[in-house]
Design a binder for this molecule. Structure first.
Ligand SMILES: Nc1ncnc2c1ncn2[C@@H]1O[C@H](COP(=O)(O)OP(=O)(O)OP(=O)(O)O)[C@@H](O)[C@H]1O
Length: 481
């Protein structure tokens, strides 16, 4: 029965309608009878229970799971793209939805984040399809050229689908490919696979933290169906964390004090769970054998007990992993250091670093008033964007200040402070980590410069805390009107 169902083809506008469906089950309209039928059809005769179990295992991702079950039904199924921010449950939902489909299916899964090159990707796919173990492909003869890869892939897939199996070919963390050498060419190839393979029993699934717009210039001839994974709200994160907890009542009262501050630092439910678990043990310590909070007084006592540990957890969650030693940072040379330091005082202002002191001296009361109004307007607009060069310049200044302090400490035979010794120079890696964790977001590029611009999503308090953790005197350099 499921074979005859052809999934609806979404357009970009219907995709955005999809994306606007709230993730929380309570807001989702009841599925129509037709939709329920499709779900049951996809799940197979005895599987209604397992669809329920599947949805239970995916708190706050009910809408996406239902869409996936419907859209993954073979065949022919159009390619599918799952997109949304980091750790929004894309992989988890997809893999669980796939396990819920009929048994005669083959999953070929490539996480591009863990593969270093196109060649490694080709090798992984072919080996999962059993093609590399056959006499036709020895390890030395793995295809280098895309055309050889396509023909090897088609051969391997044809053998499998001719035996009645459906193959799901999943490309997870697709956005990573954009940073590969000739990544655009590979992406074009991956998006054209549907046309190149011409195998309706092969369902292509792309998973990306970048939005579909990021791939406009390289889309294939068939537009995929889209499923959007919105960021979790704090309430959704709370629902996910409480699910399956052995003491949900006490955990819930703990989360009411601990979750919000941590949620400002990370929205990843896996990270939150890891940080919260030991804190919860601390929180419940004063209760002894008691399993619940009986009144507000006890609640307050428990909060006071956990508060210092929460503060430590917050500062630990802020600290960025650091790898390189100060010796590596010294490679940037001392010649540029002086000039970098001279600029430092103006770098954190809201004007992009332009010096407006001279003009200020001359300003009349009217122009001061106008400036105040503009400042207010800027505040209302929120943080502006900045180019990568500006971030690099700030980073260089921070490392040069840290380096100087380190040198003074060494000269005084003092033990250097820990944060100072390991500021790393790999700023691009940090930039990507910051973007992935939503501390920075990539904004639209400037039409004149045509280079990417970034926006900081953190507030001043957090910036000051991070600066403290690396002993950088940020407040000295903050621009105040
Ligand atoms: N709704 C949820 N219920 C339970 N766990 C979840 C949920 N959403 C995410 N997680 C957990 O968060 C972690 C990240 O989830 P997952 O890898 O599916 O996210 P993703 O969107 O694919 O992330 P990325 O884009 O970084 O690859 C996993 O440990 C996963 O189990």
């Amino acid at each position: 029965m499921s074979q005859t169902v052809t999934p609806r083809r979404t357009t970009r506008s219907s995709a955005s309608a999809l994306s606007s469906v709230p993730a929380a089950p309570k807001y989702r309209p009841k599925p129509s009878p037709r939709r329920q039928l499709l779900v049951t059809a996809a799940a197979g005769p005895k599987d209604y229970d397992s669809v329920g179990e599947l949805l239970d295992a995916l708190p706050c991702r009910r809408a996406q799971a239902m869409d996936l079950i419907r859209l993954l039904v073979p065949a022919p199924a159009l390619p599918l793209m799952l997109y949304g921010g980091a750790a929004t449950g894309k992989t988890r939902t997809l893999l669980l939805a796939l396990t819920n489909l009929r048994p005669s299916q083959r999953l070929v899964y490539a996480s591009l984040r863990s593969l270093p090159s196109p060649r490694a990707l080709f090798a992984s796919l072919l080996s999962q399809l059993g093609a590399t173990s056959s006499s036709t492909f020895s390890r030395q003869r793995l295809p280098e050229k895309p055309s050889d890869f396509i023909s090897a892939l088609r051969n391997a897939l044809t053998g499998i689908v001719s035996q009645g199996e459906v193959v799901y070919l999943v490309f997870d963390n697709l956005d990573v490919v954009r940073s590969w050498d000739k990544g655009d060419q590979l992406l074009t190839l991956l998006f054209r696979l549907h046309d190149l393979l011409q195998l309706p029993q092969v369902v292509l699934v792309y998973v990306s933290s970048a939005t579909p717009d990021a791939y406009y210039s390289m889309t294939g001839s068939v537009e995929p169906n889209y499923v959007y994974f919105s960021d979790y709200t704090v309430d959704e994160a709370r629902d996910i964390l409480i699910r399956g907890h052995p003491n949900p009542k006490l955990y819930s009262s703990f989360l009411s004090v601990a979750l919000k501050p941590l949620f400002r630092v990370t929205r990843r439910v896996d990270e939150l769970s890891a940080v919260l678990e030991p804190l919860f043990n601390r929180y419940s310590e004063p209760l002894g054998d008691l399993k619940a909070v009986s009144d507000e007084g006890i609640k307050r006592r428990l909060f006071e007990h956990v508060q210092p540990h929460l503060a430590v957890a917050l500062s630990e969650t802020f600290s960025v992993p650091m790898r390189a030693s100060m010796h590596e940072i010294k490679d940037s040379g001392s010649a540029g250091k002086g000039s970098a330091k001279r600029q430092l005082g103006a770098l954190f202002d809201s004007t992009g670093g332009s010096d407006n002191r001279k003009r200020k001296r001359k300003s009349s009361q009217a122009s001061l008033d106008m400036k105040d109004t503009m400042a207010e307007e800027m505040l209302m607009k929120g943080p502006g964007t900045f180019p990568l060069e500006r971030l690099l310049a700030i980073f260089q200044c921070i490392t040069s200040v840290s380096e100087d302090k380190h040198e003074v400490e060494c000269a005084d035979n003092k033990e250097p402070e820990s944060g100072m010794t390991d500021l790393m120079s790999d700023v691009l890696l940090q930039l990507s980590t910051l973007c992935n964790s939503n501390f920075l977001s990539k904004s639209r590029s400037c039409p004149l410069e045509s280079s990417a611009r970034y926006r900081s999503n953190i507030d001043e308090d957090l910036a000051l805390k991070v600066a403290r953790s690396v002993s950088f005197p940020l407040s000295k350099y903050m621009y105040r009107r």
